[in-house]
Design a protein around this ligand. Structure first.
Ligand code: ATP
Ligand code: FE
Length: 371
């Protein structure tokens, strides 16, 4: 089996070709970093246009680098949600054109399921049931994966995701936004004292597995204002005292943001083991999982509970086509796919897009009113 995966749910246009045994034949990504810096975030219309400009080339490059043509493919997998519908549409249209022209089945993929299942590509003995903590720009969820396509959501964010908090912190600290905010904060935090600024750990007294990052964001903003940090002045031009203040805030923010993950993870593991005592692994994935400090801290918690942490390499934690191709493969194998679409479809064809699409059922004890 060989599957082409296409991903356009947010600001990265990605494609990859993966073999049934998990061999990655190619991986191509085109990111909209310049646009992000210009608009200070993802602007759907601009993002859609940027995807449309590069999608043909990204897919062609993925095939070329794999030394394959469309005729060699078994199926095409594409993210159909959750994400921005304008952006999702570009990937789905392309996937259906390729599938229609070459008579290939098509697999619609859940972006967050893909972030989780890529763990099974990097760790061959990772079998169901397992846990997954998915931490990215738009999501902060902890799930119990019972079997393929069947998930229980133990916790989610009640407001912002941790990646959003990293991105805003980066912006307010005047870090270079031509790369995403997370890595910039992580790098600056290395220079700072993580105990110097006192931030409160969110939801300290909630006995659930939910997350909240909006309050921490506000705390960071206030700390930045108190130190009179000017976001328009880049860190590279800051005085040494100013730079030190920024690094202290970055490090203190990162410590508390991750402490919140640690506390909720611990409780979620206890809950999950009651439901599925045979769990052995916890996957930590999504863009924020490429953070080294996050990895080390979560590894401690997870090992203490006698589980094994599976954290994909950074290139497979942030958005990528490999996870989509792999998730497509998993579903294709068990017969979950759509037949090849017609060779031509009208431009206004109503694609099955799922901009809001929860991953599994919410666990009753997980509701935020359980205190
Ligand atoms: P979602 O998966 O929720 O739809 P997304 O697809 O935009 O969101 P990803 O590409 O999975 O998100 O992750 C991007 C997020 O990860 C950004 O918020 C970015 O700042 C964050 N991130 C990336 N690298 C790091 C890092 N080293 N430290 C902290 N955060 C990071
Ligand atoms: Fe993502």
């Amino acid at each position: 089996l060989v599957v082409l995966g296409i991903e356009t749910s947010c600001d990265d246009t990605a494609a990859a070709v993966v073999r049934g045994n998990g061999e990655i034949l190619s991986q191509v990504i085109s990111s909209q970093a310049d646009l992000l810096a210009q608009y200070g975030g993802v602007a759907p219309k601009q993002a859609e246009e940027a995807h449309a400009r590069v999608i043909d080339k990204v897919v062609q490059d993925a095939l070329d680098r794999a030394n394959l043509t469309e005729k060699d493919l078994s199926a095409v997998a594409v993210t159909i949600g959750p994400g921005l519908s304008l952006c999702l549409r570009v990937g789905v249209r392309k996937a259906r054109r390729v599938a229609g022209s070459f008579n290939l089945p098509i697999v619609g993929v859940h972006h967050m399921e893909a972030h989780a299942l890529v763990g099974r590509l990097v760790e061959q003995d990772l079998s169901f049931p397992f846990m997954a903590l998915l931490i990215s720009g738009g999501h902060n969820i902890i799930v119990l994966a019972h079997k393929l396509g069947q998930y229980t959501q133990l916790g989610t964010t009640v407001d912002d995701a941790i990646g959003e908090a990293f991105d805003k912190t980066a912006k307010w600290l005047g870090l270079d936004l031509r790369r995403s905010g997370g890595p910039a904060v992580e790098e600056l935090a290395l220079e700072g004292d993580a105990n110097s600024v006192k931030f409160n750990v969110p939801m300290k007294f909630h006995k659930d597995c939910n997350f909240s990052y909006a309050g921490l964001k506000t705390q960071v903003k206030l700390a930045i204002e108190a130190k009179e940090i000017d976001a328009k002045c880049p860190v590279s031009s800051a005085t040494s005292e100013d730079r030190r203040n920024r690094a202290d805030i970055a490090a203190s923010f990162q410590r508390v943001a991750v402490l919140h993950l640690e506390e909720k993870c611990e409780r979620a593991i206890d809950w999950a083991l009651k439901l599925e005592p045979s769990i052995k692994h916890m996957v930590v994935s999504g863009g924020v999982a490429s953070n080294q400090y996050v990895r080390v801290r979560l590894n401690n918690i997870i090992e203490n509970k006698n589980l094994k942490l599976v954290c994909p390499p950074p290139s497979l934690c942030t958005d990528n086509g490999v996870m989509v191709a792999w998730t497509g493969l998993e579903h294709f194998r068990v017969g979950r796919y759509d037949p090849p679409p017609p060779e031509t479809e009208p431009d206004d064809y109503m694609y099955d897009l799922r901009p809001r699409w929860p991953l599994g059922e919410e666990y009753a004890e997980g509701r935020s009113d359980a205190r």
